[in-house]
Design a protein around this ligand. Structure first.
Ligand SMILES: Cc1cc2nc3c(=O)[nH]c(=O)nc-3n(C[C@H](O)[C@H](O)[C@H](O)COP(=O)(O)O)c2cc1C
Length: 366
């Protein structure tokens, strides 16, 4: 980028307002910041936290439509929707249009405001079944999936995709408009190839090209780690919103920095209080046994970034129970106890009423 273009970007960036409302169909989204769907991360606790820190839209991790079809108890557990999560997208993946349509009906019944379809997952276990990013190479099937899902539900349908399977691919620019024609009300682009996984960088020039080609809102995903980057991507691509993933893992303060220009690093007490709340919420959601394993990666994410000495995390990971981890955290930051209590008191109860409308019980997952 030359100096003149740089200056133009900066001046356009200054005018970007991240607190602007935008919409996908009739669904109003209060900020231009979206929390990314992440498998093994985007539990309800993560999504509710994302909302508290400024995300206007949150998304579940990808849910297998086959799992929904077979009423797999753990899969159905992903369809829990809390009253304070709206607007919320639930993401589904699969390769059979009718199975995807049926899964979408369940997702709608669970209370999701949007059904998101995954055409981006690069993981072999998923692509070899013809799902995820593999569908970018089979646009006809991809369009049939979007069409079947859009006809099955009243809520808007969105699609999240990569640029293509191979490095340098521009296939998303051809497939994107076709998906819109088939019924997608919004597209999210993570402009890396599936082959790249998470290496290299997200090439948002491609996002700008996609924005030019479709008349639905486009969300830009990939490498958004700061307010400056968020504003520059919005200004240069014309995207409706930016999506933040890895930067928010164990670090909701990144969302606050992006939305509010508040660069304050959290105190140790704040970090511990948020982690304790996250742990409580996760235990409620997953049950103690599953939560114990699930949470281990979060200890490093919360306590890293120079916030606590490295051996401290090692110590926590080795503790046998969540109660012991809580104790140890409070010993390291005793003043976090009051803050944690306040946070917990402020958190609305999870509104379970919606779950009553589910065809079968989905409480079994703990
Ligand atoms: C651990 C992990 C799990 C992910 N799982 C999903 C997923 O379930 N569905 C999806 O569409 N994208 C998934 N992604 C991709 C992210 O949504 C996002 O597009 C990508 O991480 C790039 O954004 P970032 O640079 O802000 O992390 C995942 C990414 C990570 C790191």
């Amino acid at each position: 980028m030359d100096v003149k273009a740089d200056a133009a970007t900066i001046s356009r960036s200054v005018q970007v307002n991240l607190r602007e409302t935008w919409s996908i169909g009739p669904v109003e989204i209060p900020t231009r910041l979206v929390l990314a769907p992440m498998a093994g991360v985007s539990v309800q606790a993560f999504r509710r936290q994302g909302r508290r820190f400024g995300a206007g839209l949150v998304c579940s991790e990808m849910v297998s439509c086959a799992g929904i079809e077979h009423r797999n108890e753990r899969t159905l557990g992903y369809l829990r929707v809390g009253g304070d999560e709206h607007p919320l997208a639930i993401q589904i993946f699969g390769s059979e249009p009718q199975v995807m349509a049926e899964a979408a009906r369940m997702v709608e019944a669970a209370g999701a405001d949007l059904v998101d379809i995954n055409f981006g997952c690069p993981v072999r276990k998923v692509t070899r079944t013809g799902a995820g990013a593999r569908l970018l190479e089979d646009p006809e099937r991809a369009c049939r999936i979007v069409g079947a899902v859009a006809s099955a539900v009243d809520v808007p349908v969105s699609v999240k995709m990569r640029r293509g399977l191979e490095d340098g691919s521009r296939v998303c620019l051809d497939v994107g408009p076709r998906l819109v024609e088939a019924g997608a009300a919004s597209l999210t682009l993570h402009p890396r190839s599936a082959r790249q996984m998470y290496t290299g960088h997200a090439e948002h020039a491609l996002t700008a090209e996609l924005v030019e080609r479709v008349d639905v809102p486009v969300v830009a995903s990939g490498d958004i780690t700061s307010r400056a980057k968020a504003k520059a991507v919005l200004a240069t691509t014309g995207a409706a919103a930016v999506m933040v993933g890895r930067a928010a893992q164990g670090n909701p303060w990144a969302l606050r920095e992006i939305i509010d220009a508040d660069p304050a690093e959290p105190t140790r007490e704040e970090v511990v209080a948020e982690l304790l709340l996250f742990m409580r919420e996760t235990v409620r959601e997953l049950g103690e046994r599953r939560a114990a394993g699930f949470l281990k990666k979060f200890y490093g994410w919360y306590l890293g970034r120079g916030r606590f000495p490295r051996p401290f995390k090692q110590e926590l990971v080795q503790l046998a129970t969540i109660a012991e981890v809580e104790q140890r955290l409070l010993t390291a930051a005793p003043a976090a106890a009051d803050l944690f209590e306040r946070l917990e008191a402020e958190l609305p109860d999870v509104d379970d009423v919606l779950l009553d409308s589910m065809p079968i019980s989905i409480y079994g997952g703990g």
